[in-house]
Design a protein around this ligand. Structure first.
Ligand code: TMP
Length: 210
């Protein structure tokens, strides 16, 4: 059986990734493809426990390296328990955030730098990489304004300062420009349906057989 394809959705706060992940999952399933829709941090029981440590509480509760290690610990649990088994069984995986988020938020945002994150990624992922990464881009002020309306306790990153989020945005765009074969930047300021259409065009253009 052919292994499944691995698609990740990335971007800053309020970029609409989760809405687009749902729309993409529905579109792939409508084509008769088996799909696992998942997210990070989280996506497996142990990883969801670690998620609470990361997305709740005071912005300064961890230093950048501790935070990166926690994200990779959660990711390792997720990869082992869910992503690799799904891909091996022929399932397509649509993942809301993955290792590019650690590069953008901890590597660029917190200033850990690319080499530290690349080292942790190599150790944790053992060559696993997405087949396609959609990078949703929008101005920081717009994203934070959208995210501000959300309910719940998961606001730790939203409360980080504006400069942090500007570094994250620039980081995602740098990641995309370094790997144009894997990444497609999507204008997240467009209306939702137009963004979904751009997502499906990218999937069709980059992943044959979808
Ligand atoms: P979410 O809001 O998309 O569910 O993601 C939770 C938060 O975690 C979001 O503010 C970005 C942050 N994050 C990182 O800082 N590094 C990571 O590696 C991941 C996966 C998420």
């Amino acid at each position: 059986m052919a292994p499944g394809r691995f698609i990740t959705l990335e971007g800053g706060e309020g970029a609409g990734k989760s809405t687009q992940a749902r729309a993409l999952t529905v579109a792939l399933a409508a084509r008769g493809l088996p799909v696992l829709a998942t997210r990070e941090p989280g996506g497996a029981p142990g990883a969801e426990d670690i998620r609470a440590l990361l997305v709740e509480g005071e912005p300064g509760r961890w230093d950048g390296l501790t935070e990166a290690l926690l994200h990779f610990a959660a990711r390792r649990a997720h990869v082992v328990a869910a992503i690799r088994p799904a891909l091996r069984s022929g399932c397509w995986v649509v993942c809301d955030r993955f290792a590019d988020s650690t590069m953008a938020y901890q590597g660029y945002g917190h200033g850990l730098g690319r080499p530290a994150i690349e080292t942790l990624a190599a150790l944790t992922l053992e060559e696993l990489a997405p087949d396609l990464t959609l990078v949703f881009d929008l101005p920081v002020a717009d994203g934070l304004a959208r995210a501000d309306g959300r309910a719940g306790a998961e606001t730790r990153y939203e409360r980080m300062d504006r400069e942090f989020h500007e570094r994250v945005r620039a980081g995602f765009l740098d990641i995309a420009s370094r790997e144009p074969g894997r990444c497609v930047v999507v204008d997240a300021t467009a209306p939702v349906q137009a963004v979904t259409a751009a997502v499906l065009r990218a999937v069709d253009a980059r992943l044959r057989g979808a």
